[in-house]
Design a protein around this ligand. Structure first.
Ligand code: FES
Ligand code: MG
Length: 591
């Protein structure tokens, strides 16, 4: 348990109560009085607590935070703090072009500047839609200002004609039905929009729910915060409790660096596997770690998480949604199952001021069909495999969603046939894929692998979520509704596509994926964690000599700045210079 100090140093007093600079102090104080705050409030020993508002009309998944912020403020006030709400650069996963990922680092940068440059003693980070959560946690890491995550929660369960359907996941299914001519445009629209019946973020175990679960696993939100559905009364109650708690965290000087330790990140990898979490979690978690000075590598996902079984029966790896997950006990119940198997560091400190182990005691697993036990899991070895090959350094595959073809090589024993070969069909980005996937001259059959490139952090700035490509309509009509895919981009966390993705280095910076040609043979062996192109070394070198890495022109200043500083997905897709700054709110003297 952390200790509360009554005479804790409040950095906000450098603005609001600095007797040696009365002129500046007056300037700082007076404008915050113009909407009704009093001098007594601003110049007392009451912590000023920021509320980083990620909701707006442009970010519908987080929009209800605008209402919930009022309950956060009630909590802050009741605990003796003074709330100040401010906007975070919007990130809407489903709308932002060219990619929402482009804005994770922009929102992060903006938030760092706000937390550092304004009179704040602590902050409530409102999170939800995919990249809003890592952006906030990255800023918490860089600044090391006392911070607590308040998730927005998933939407209620979606239904279509009586069947449970999940946001995103239904889209990948419905597009196949549309391609096969089994439904028309009206049915397609009705089916896909029915998956989003209320306020909240995606109700599947996509990137949003996965990343909020990770925030909770890291110890950065109150227990059970990630999974409470957005419209539930508990969500608004959690807002109040979160607001109350941050004030005491300031008094306890309980900062992110004391919570987000290496052990906490290891817990996050283990929990990600058990959740069947989004394939976007590896880059986001690595980015958060790097911004707090922790050395987390892609290879850690292999060594720490690959052997962990799938415990959570949620789409896309399973059949339920966030509402069921919450009712079954949510993140703490999953961590309890993992803890019984000795897979969790229980002594990590959390925002409660208590250890994770102590927090977990109150949360049993109440539905074994939604949260399985470690000894009787939904699927064994369900984490991410980290692959390499003769034309790339690394890529990942999410084992919790892979089907028969990959699974066969994965589970084979030494001496058995343990690899398969596939004919590559290569696309230069999503536009090319859409225009040519049904081209008969490609002669795509069930022994093909669909390859897409030009979609990494530099190529399609931010990196596009496009690797989960559907087969051509003629195969879908024959009942083949998925093919292996491979690419240097990402894929939606809501997708169950068997894809080798996040390949680094990407084609735009000269990665070997740029050398592949349609009809090349690829050999895939998940036991050896290898994907090789079956051409001679000489041929690879010849192709290398001919190749000229390129990418489309930047359309905005930020795209250009982003491209000049961003790293690859394997190291988190960070702005590299930003990873050199730690603890900025404590290490620097204010000007
Ligand atoms: Fe925002 Fe899925 S689109 S959470
Ligand atoms: Mg996504």
């Amino acid at each position: 348990m952390t200790n509360k100090k009554d005479n804790v140093f409040l950095r906000s007093k450098q603005w609001f109560n600095e007797p040696s600079h009365p002129d500046m102090t007056a300037l700082y104080v007076e404008r915050y009085m113009n909407y009704g705050l009093t001098r007594e409030e601003l110049q007392s020993d009451r912590p000023i607590i920021g509320i980083a508002q990620t909701g707006s009309d442009l970010t519908p998944c987080n929009r209800h935070h605008k209402v919930l912020a009022e309950r956060i403020k009630d909590g802050i006030r009741d605990a003796g703090g003074i709330p100040m709400e401010f906007p975070v650069h919007p990130i809407a996963e489903q709308t932002r072009r060219p990619t929402a990922a482009l804005d994770r680092n922009l929102a992060y940068l903006g938030l760092v500047e706000i937390l550092h440059g304004y009179p704040l003693d602590g902050v409530v980070l409102t999170t939800g839609c995919d990249k809003t959560t890592p952006a906030c946690l990255m800023a918490a890491g860089t600044t090391d200002l006392p911070s607590i995550v308040f998730s927005g929660g998933p939407m209620l369960n979606g239904y279509y004609k009586g069947d449970l359907i999940g946001s995103g996941t239904v889209l990948w299914h419905a597009r196949n039905l549309l391609a096969a001519g089994e439904i028309d445009y009206e049915d397609f629209m009705e089916m896909t929009t029915s998956a989003s019946p209320s306020i909240g973020h995606c109700n599947t175990m996509g990137t949003a729910l996965s990343m909020n679960a990770i925030a909770e696993t890291l110890g950065m939100s109150l227990p059970s915060c990630a999974s409470i559905p957005a419209p539930y009364q508990e969500r608004a109650q959690m807002a109040y409790k979160t607001g109350k708690r941050i004030v005491d965290m300031v008094k306890e000087d309980l900062r992110p660096s004391k919570i987000m330790t290496k052990q906490a990140f290891e817990n996050a990898i283990v929990v990600s596997s058990a959740l069947g979490a989004s394939s976007n979690c590896p880059p986001h978690l690595i980015a958060i770690a790097r911004h707090i000075g922790i050395d987390l590598k892609l290879e850690d996902w292999q060594s720490i998480g690959e052997h962990i079984p799938l415990l959570v029966n949620c789409m896309p790896a399973g059949k339920y949604l966030g509402e069921d997950f919450h009712r079954a006990g949510g993140v703490p119940a999953v961590m309890n199952e993992l803890s019984k198997a000795g897979k969790i560091h229980t002594d990590c400190l959390t925002v409660t001021g208590e250890t994770m182990g102590k927090n977990l005691v109150k949360f049993p697993n109440t539905n074994p069909d939604v949260i399985y036990s470690y000894d009787n899991p939904l699927k064994s070895r369900a984490g991410f495999i980290v692959l390499s090959g003769n034309f790339f350094d690394n890529a990942i595959i999410k084992m919790s969603v892979v089907g028969e073809k990959f699974q066969k090589t994965y589970l084979s024993k030494p001496g058995e046939e343990n690899s398969f070969e596939a004919r590559a069909i290569v696309f230069e980005g999503p536009e090319d894929y859409h225009s040519r996937i049904n081209d008969p001259s490609l002669d795509i059959d069930e022994n093909c692998i669909l390859v897409i490139r030009g979609n990494g952090t530099v190529g399609y700035p931010g990196s596009a979520e496009v690797v989960n490509m559907a087969p051509p309509a003629k195969l879908i009509k024959q009942g083949i509704d998925e093919l292996p895919c491979l690419g240097d981009g990402r894929q939606s966390g809501t997708s169950a596509s068997p894809s080798i993705l996040n390949m680094s280095p990407e084609s735009a910076v000269g990665g070997g994926i740029s050398l592949l040609q349609t009809n090349d043979k690829l050999r895939i062996d998940l036991n050896l964690r290898k994907v090789d192109v079956l051409i001679s070394e000489q041929e690879l070198q010849d192709r290398q000599k001919q190749s000229k890495p390129n990418f489309p022109k930047s359309q905005t200043p930020w795209q250009e700045i982003y491209r000049s500083m961003v790293g690859q997905l394997s190291t988190g897709g960070c702005l590299e210079p930003a990873t050199l700054y730690f603890n900025v709110t404590h290490n620097s003297n204010l000007p």
